[in-house]
Design a protein around this ligand. Structure first.
Ligand SMILES: [Zn+2]
Length: 105
């Protein structure tokens, strides 16, 4: 199955504690079915000091979020869109927004 969500997509969180928030996909982890999204699903991690330049403490970082909880934001209509796939005449497969019917790629 082709990936519906790609790196650098603008996405909206559809479930969980960050529901309704938007961010940009930094990385997709296909084997986990998850993605890292900028500013979404932040968790605090305790970091041990590893030297004078690397003080320990609590850092905030993004935890991977399930792709099932993300929806790509359509650049044309601005909605968190349901996507479909469509074949172009030249054989390329593109994603399109089921709401406004515009191609996403
Ligand atoms: Zn749209």
């Amino acid at each position: 199955m082709a990936a519906k969500i790609k790196r650098n997509d603008q996405v909206q969180v559809m479930a969980g504690k960050d529901r309704g928030r938007r961010g940009q996909v930094r990385q997709v982890l296909p084997s986990d079915g998850r993605a890292l999204v900028t500013g979404i699903n932040m968790v605090k991690k305790h970091k041990r000091s590893t030297g004078p330049q690397q003080p320990g403490g609590i850092i905030e970082m993004e935890a991977p979020i399930s792709l099932a909880n993300l929806a790509v934001i359509c650049a044309s209509c601005g909605a968190a869109a349901r996507l479909g796939f469509r074949m172009l005449e030249d054989g390329r497969k593109v994603r399109f927004c089921k709401k406004c019917n515009e191609a996403i790629d």
